[in-house]
Design a protein. Sequence first.
Length: 388
Amino acid sequence: MKRMSGKAVVLAFLAGVLFASGFWLGKVGSPLPSAGTSPIDGKAAAAGTVEGKAALLPESTDKGHSLIAEMVQKAGPAVVRIETKIPARGGSTDEMLFFGPFPFSVPVPNQPSGSIGSGFFISEDGTILTNNHVIDKASEIKVYMSDRKTPLTAHVVGRDPELDLAVLKVDGKGPFPYLPLGDSDKMDVGDWVVAIGNPFGLDHTVTVGVLSAKGRPLTVEGKQFKNLLQTDASINPGNSGGPLLNLSGEVIGINTAVSAQGQGIGFAVPSNSVREVLNDLLTKGKVSRPWVGIGVQDFTPDIADYLGLPRSTKGALVSQVFDGSPAQKAGLRPGDVIVQFDGKDVADAQTLVDLIQQAKVGEVKKLLVNRGGELVPISVRIGEKTYQ
């Protein structure tokens, strides 16, 4: 038998390996898929899948940057850091509103303190949008831009604690870079979103995620929101008031709160909710909201048994009546069950709240109240909600 040379042995061994690899992978060819292809069908691999459909990452531009990177370069200069000084006050030291402003000094009773939040310009004249809790009770507001060494002083133009919004105006010469408000209703769950802010005081931090849900209800610091956007883009203390952007660089939300119990769950006020009140904030400094001055809860069968009323009774139970309120002046009492408001049946507490919110300040509304089994008509003049 003719002996093979060492070089021939090596070549034969390599040929065998390549041939066997083709059978291991189910076909003769490259043992591994090429970069950017799927090991299943050879097509371009997606970043992930949702119900079997490709969830593709944003494409790259001809400059080699991602669409997100180029969008952030354009939008970033309009995002600002907001630092506030809060006068000395007594009380607890563990206050952290909306998990939002990052305290750069520990709030000690009877000593001044301060916090850091985010915001962004909405016009070239220096008008800024942020959260109300970022500037609440502040005696001094400083705005820091990425391209200026010295801060600008700002004053409050208007604020709406109900939506946690505030409008500021800087004292300085423009024009200033600004961001347009987008249409939050056009966003779909799963769309890419970008948050820019100053978490823990770290300037212009960018986080990326998707819109996780729309229309989320949430109660924060006693305030009830019904229509928040939920995102998994990281939002941390100091992000409050910063923009949540779509890939076109439009603001579709104002970052407001994070969940203290979970990770990757942040919430933002939709841009369309902002648009509804923005003109009032700019021209009047506030949003006029109707107020009756009662605390209510659902009327349950157990409560019906306790009050000696039929279990079939529907309505909203008055649990509290505030001193000096329109409700007190009208004669409402704790224990009353409101069964009708302005001729409309009241099924539960939320129904009553919605009906009150639809009323206008100064209007007189007729209520039908079940008081100890007797139906009592009461007229109440809608007041205006005030904030401390």
